[in-house]
Design a protein around this ligand. Structure first.
Ligand code: SAH
Ligand code: DHB
Ligand code: MG
Length: 224
């Protein structure tokens, strides 16, 4: 008898080999991230491909990511952009940002991507002050405690019809624990409640299983 996790790993291996196989750049990105001591909490390959497809479907020209790590999800998203597109990714840890910049460089994406170092809650107001063009897609994948703030900022910085994606909304099922004292769980629940009540958001959430365990993501569209 195989465990549930073994079954999920087998199915992910099948899907990934068929539909999201690693190329040299993605493989090197994960190798160098691991060598630099970064935690293996990047999205799975088939999830990265989903992000890329969503960005393409969205016709995204401008993408904001909160939580870069080694730039693995950044590469999947960046590859969805046209040659004159722009991706800004926010990262707290200078060491993570350094690894990510090298990985993005190798991916040929350094011209259209920018890694900004610092707490995202400081970078986001600066972004707003710059009054750049609004984003078409925001991928939120950083410290879960701040998820409601990140959703608020994403709404402010996104065009009508923009797409907001929130990672790790299930965390093994912890999300249903209304009495949880885990700041991450509380942050994610508050973000989901905001998606439900915000007059400019229409959202949903789905559960996922796979190499990254039992988790899920939420999607919300900013209304016109
Ligand atoms: N999106 C990445 C994984 C991100 S992991 C991928 O799928 O490949 C979460 C990242 O968020 C970590 O690198 C962590 O350092 C960063 N982070 C944590 N708190 C943060 C904050 N306050 N502001 C910006 N980044 C933060
Ligand atoms: C963690 C963070 C993530 O963004 C993720 O996808 C998985 C795990 C974490 O902080 O443990
Ligand atoms: Mg994540």
């Amino acid at each position: 008898m195989s465990t549930a996790q073994e079954l999920w790993d087998d199915v992910d291996a099948y899907f990934t080999t068929l539909l999201a196989p690693p190329d040299e750049v993605l493989a090197a990105t994960l190798r160098d991230s691991e060598a630099a001591g970064l935690p293996p909490i990047n999205v799975a390959p088939n999830q990265g491909k989903l992000l890329q497809l969503l960005a393409r479907i969205q016709g995204a020209r401008r993408i904001l990511e909160i939580g870069t790590l080694g730039g693995y999800s950044t590469i999947w998203l960046g590859r969805a952009l046209p040659a004159d597109g722009r991706l800004i990714t926010l990262e707290y840890e200078a060491t993570h940002a350094e690894v990510a910049r090298r990985n993005l460089d190798r991916a040929g994406l350094s011209r259209i991507t920018e890694v900004r170092v610092g707490p995202a809650l400081e970078s986001l107001p600066k972004l707003a002050e710059e009054q750049q063009e609004p984003f078409d897609l925001v991928f939120i994948d950083a410290d879960k405690v701040n998820n409601p703030h990140y959703v608020e900022w994403a709404v402010k910085l996104t065009r009508p019809g923009g797409l907001i994606i929130l990672d790790n909304v299930v965390r093994g099922g912890q999300v249903t624990d209304a009495g949880s004292e885990d700041p991450g769980v509380r942050g994610t629940r508050a973000a989901l409640e905001l998606m439900a009540s915000h007059p400019r958001l229409s959202g949903t959430a789905v559960q996922t299983v796979g190499t990254k365990g039992y988790d899920g993501f939420a999607l919300a569209r900013v209304t016109d």
